[in-house]
Write a protein that binds this ligand. Structure first.
Ligand SMILES: Nc1nc2c([nH]c(=O)n2[C@@H]2O[C@H](COP(=O)(O)OP(=O)(O)OP(=O)(O)O)[C@@H](O)[C@H]2O)c(=O)[nH]1
Length: 141
């Protein structure tokens, strides 16, 4: 895991994936045993030493969902202040390269239409990601 102290605050970089498949987007429900239990997130996680955002994301998605992804587009970074640390969320629009998902960490996943995304209880900061994803879709269309 890469952690950097800036002005005494821990900064943690977390690449995460907005995975598109057949017009829907994957949301993952965090485990009841983790921080922010049962809230929804875009799968991903903290970087390991020496990894780029893209390498870390591909590894995390393999570990969490047992699938391969193709990274399509980087969305703007969203910073989430948790008081004692800052989470720097680095979202990427991705597509599946393999299709059988096996969950190793999440309680469940949902495939949602883009307009359904705000209807579930996301971890704080993710609504920014959703808005940035909408902006990306509007430019793309
Ligand atoms: N993967 C992911 N993490 C997110 C999102 N939004 C968000 O705030 N986070 C936070 O970023 C951190 C990601 O770390 P992680 O995936 O290794 O999860 P973790 O529970 O083991 O970490 P933690 O115990 O340090 O909080 C978590 O604190 C998680 O709550 C998101 O959309 N995707």
């Amino acid at each position: 895991m890469i952690e950097v102290f800036v002005s005494e605050k821990l900064v943690v970089r977390v690449p995460c994936a907005v995975i598109e498949h057949e017009g829907k987007i994957l949301a993952g429900q965090r485990s009841a045993a983790l921080s922010f239990p049962l809230q929804w997130e875009f799968p991903g996680g903290k970087l390991e030493k020496g990894e780029t955002d893209e390498e870390g994301l591909i590894r995390e998605i393999r570990e969490e969902l047992d699938v391969e992804i193709e990274i399509i587009h980087k969305l703007p970074v969203t910073v989430k202040d948790q008081g004692w640390r800052e989470i720097v969320l680095v979202p990427f629009v991705c597509r599946l390269r393999s299709h059988v998902i096996t969950l190793t960490e999440h309680e469940q996943v949902l495939w949602l239409n883009p307009e359904e995304l705000p209807s579930i209880d996301w971890t704080e900061g993710d609504l920014n990601i959703i808005q940035n994803y909408y902006d990306y879709l509007s430019i793309k269309l």
